[in-house]
Design a binder for this molecule. Structure first.
Ligand code: A3P
Length: 280
């Protein structure tokens, strides 16, 4: 394990942690990264799994509201249940049922998740919006110490050179794990579907988690977890940037888009995953 810098295509550096051939953000508690495999899991744990910048904060909030029945918004951030960020003793002391979240690949998580058949909310967002979101996030957060330019970032990011590795590897591994463990309780959600029809999607979550919340509550939860409301109430402002589908069009050049589309076709040729890059 080591804290290292990696360079983007223009030589600007990003701080990250490398461990066992994988890279992670420059988080403060290294033990939380290196010991994740040993974390004790409970039968009623709920996991939010997503590649970074897929809307993890949103789904974590929705799940937390459904589980607790809370109708007042607070400033608590999803970092509270984030396995690789929180000190492990704090994760261990959270009351049940815990709504945990992580960007670790499924195969790197505690094996008990598979054995105990914990419920997993798995969120996918189109990777063009993901890379734009991550670029802005890295530039906005001090621990990355990154000041690079978009044109030096996008391609390196898509090739998996930065923390958490490649979006393609993440979603393809998850698809493979779902095939290997077909009985694993996983609800797959798409950011674009949530934007299109939040009520339809939150109903699925309510059913999947067996939280039994009323239609009225679901509407209230949608409002509490709306982008505007979270941006206003939550402590980590930099996370709530735009919250839209298709912002990538303001960033990708024609050449970058062609490069990306070819890469996407190559990498996803054998995958059944369908993502929408726009809502129209
Ligand atoms: P943008 O940078 O495109 O705005 P994550 O939670 O996985 O870190 O992802 C962050 C992205 O999700 C950001 O995207 C953020 O704005 C968006 N997001 C967070 N909360 C949201 C909400 N309540 N509704 C819609 N988008 C949200």
């Amino acid at each position: 394990m080591s804290r290292v810098t990696v360079e983007d295509a223009g030589g600007d550096t990003i701080w990250q942690i490398e461990h066992d051939g994988n890279s992670y953000p420059n988080f403060p508690h290294i033990d939380s990264i290196t010991n994740i495999h040993n974390l004790p899991i409970r039968d009623d744990d709920i996991f939010i799994c997503a590649y970074p910048k897929s809307g993890t904060h949103w789904i974590w909030e929705v799940a937390r509201l459904l589980v607790t029945g809370q109708t007042i918004q607070d400033s608590v951030e999803k970092g509270v249940g984030m396995l690789e960020y929180m000190p492990q003793e704090e994760v261990t002391s959270l009351p049940s049922p815990r709504v945990l979240n992580t960007h670790f690949k499924l195969k790197l998580l505690p094996v008990d998740i598979l054995k105990k058949r914990c419920k997993i909310l798995y969120l996918i967002r189109n990777p063009k919006d993901v890379v734009v979101s991550y670029y802005n996030y890295m530039r906005g957060l001090p621990h990355y110490k990154y000041t690079g330019r978009w044109e030096n970032y996008m391609q390196y990011f898509m090739l998996g050179k930065f923390s958490y590795g490649s979006w393609f590897d993440y979603v393809l591994e998850f698809e493979d794990m779902k095939r290997t463990y077909p009985d694993l309780p996983v609800l797959t959600l798409h950011y674009e579907d949530l934007k299109e029809d939040p009520l339809r999607e939150i109903r699925k979550v309510n059913e999947f988690l067996e939280t039994g919340r009323s239609a009225e509550f679901l509407l209230e939860a949608i409002e509490l977890a709306s982008f505007d409301n979270m941006k206003q109430k939550k402590s980590q402002r930099v996370t709530y940037r735009k919250g839209e589908v298709g912002d990538w069009k303001n960033w990708f050049t024609v050449a970058q888009n062609e490069w990306f589309d070819q890469l996407y076709r190559d990498k996803m040729a054998d995958s059944d995953i369908k993502v929408r890059f726009t809502l129209t």
